[in-house]
Design a protein around this ligand. Structure first.
Ligand SMILES: Nc1ncnc2c1ncn2[C@@H]1O[C@H](COP(=O)(O)OP(=O)(O)OP(=O)(O)O)[C@@H](O)[C@H]1O
Ligand SMILES: CC(=O)N[C@H]1[C@@H]2OC[C@@H](O2)[C@@H](O)[C@@H]1O[C@H](C)C(=O)O
Length: 366
């Protein structure tokens, strides 16, 4: 060991393979597990169409095939080979199934294998302990959102919205120093974000998503379908609450008679309406809603969200952050917290009974 103090900041590589199934994001972060001390390079390793099909075939399963496991590990190793100078890896893996009410969640990919391949210690399996302890196991980025709110110097409560396959919202009060304190955070999944629109454009037009929201912009949302969608029991649950990628897949049936443009507009309006519903749970009005994740590139979705909430809505770039890499950075941050024995979730973020730290550590053989 070097003479460095245990709490000195280190460079960590965070990896996220998200519910949109588009690829692996990797990003370097310098952190001591409390503060954000610097951002570094990032890289993206896309999944090919054939690889995405392998994932879709195993969504909902609790044991990935050997071929899929190997693909996940190889894709992560390839993405990480683009980065230098990190001494720890935070590896989320790929969620294939998530059923917190059954106290189980499954992120495929073996961190011990990644540690051997990269010769760097890997923190992984971030969600299992939380669900075993009765939590939702998600979302986990909120503790990082808390560090970011302090990093950007927010003077009062702000909210972060991640628009991935599923959406998740974090309300954070940066004046509270400890993210595990009951009044620091409130976080939960909002509803479907990009997943239903992606599934629609793939099925009807062979396109993996509605680029810039152009298709939705050309249509008219069917607000009766949106209202019916909002009757789903999920929207009556109090937070914390979380979702599996395909929990709202049935909404595609409700738009089956609509034109491509009207169907896309309706699914986009549904995603925006679920964000508006979610904002009603904020303990106090945030000064701004900062949006991260690929959905912030969808101008139609962003305009519909802005029309439905009472505070300014802006991509996280407005405060100097990288919305394509924020979730990867989150798992770098959480990896250091796991190593330091600090909590990564709390009653206010996952509903777990007390603040706890999850995650397993795998070190390469000496
Ligand atoms: N230019 C764009 N126009 C419209 N939508 C876009 C654009 N770029 C990305 N997206 C959407 O963002 C998605 C990818 O988002 P992101 O990478 O944040 O998801 P993820 O990390 O896989 O998901 P999650 O956060 O749910 O785990 C794409 O599948 C697409 O739906
Ligand atoms: C079980 C699971 O993988 N959930 C993801 C998913 O994608 C968005 C939303 O649903 C969120 O709950 C979570 O990811 C983010 C990064 C999180 O844990 O904060």
């Amino acid at each position: 060991m070097s003479g460095k103090s245990k709490t000195a900041p280190i460079w960590v590589a965070g990896c996220m393979s998200g519910t949109s199934l588009d690829g692996v994001d990797v990003a370097l972060l310098k952190t001591d597990g409390v503060s954000v001390c610097g951002f570094g390079d990032s890289a993206f390793r896309a999944y090919s169409e054939a690889e995405q099909a392998m994932f879709r075939a195993e969504l909902g399963t609790w044991q990935a095939s050997e071929a899929l496991t190997e693909l996940i590990e190889t894709a992560h190793a390839e993405a990480l080979s683009e980065l230098d100078g990190f001494e720890l890896i935070g590896f989320h893996g790929q969620t294939l199934a998530h059923a917190p009410h059954e106290r189980r969640t499954y992120q495929a990919g073996d961190g011990a294998v990644l540690a051997e391949v990269t010769s760097v210690p890997v923190v992984w399996d971030f969600r299992s302990t939380d669900v075993e302890m009765g939590g939702q196991g998600a979302p986990l980025a909120p503790f990082y959102h808390h560090a970011l709110a302090r990093y950007i110097g927010a003077a009062g409560p702000v909210a972060f919205l991640n628009l991935g396959g599923v959406g998740n919202l974090t309300w954070v009060d940066p004046r509270v120093a400890d993210p595990a304190a009951p009044d620091a955070l409130l976080a939960f999944d909002t509803g479907p974000a990009n997943a239903p629109v992606n599934d629609l454009t793939r099925a009807r037009r062979g396109e993996s998503y509605d680029r810039d929201g152009a298709l939705a912009a050309a249509g008219q949302p069917d607000m009766e379908v949106v209202a019916k969608g909002l009757e789903h029991s999920f929207f009556y649950k109090m937070p914390p609450k979380s979702l599996d990628r395909n929990d709202f897949h049935d909404v595609l049936d409700a738009v089956s008679d609509l034109s491509d443009a009207d169907a896309a507009a309706t699914l986009t309006a549904f995603a925006a309406a679920s964000v508006a519903r979610a904002m009603e749970h904020c303990p106090t009005a945030p000064v701004a809603l900062y949006v991260t994740g690929g959905g912030r590139h969808n101008a139609t979705l962003m305009a519909m969200i802005a029309a439905g909430v009472d505070c300014p809505v802006a991509p996280v770039e407005e405060v100097g952050l990288d919305g394509d890499m924020l979730e990867a950075q989150a798992f770098a941050y959480l990896a250091v917290r796991v190593l330091r024995g600090l909590p990564t979730s709390s009653p206010s973020t996952t509903g777990v009974r007390a603040a706890i730290g999850g995650g397993r550590v795998s070190r390469p053989a000496a």
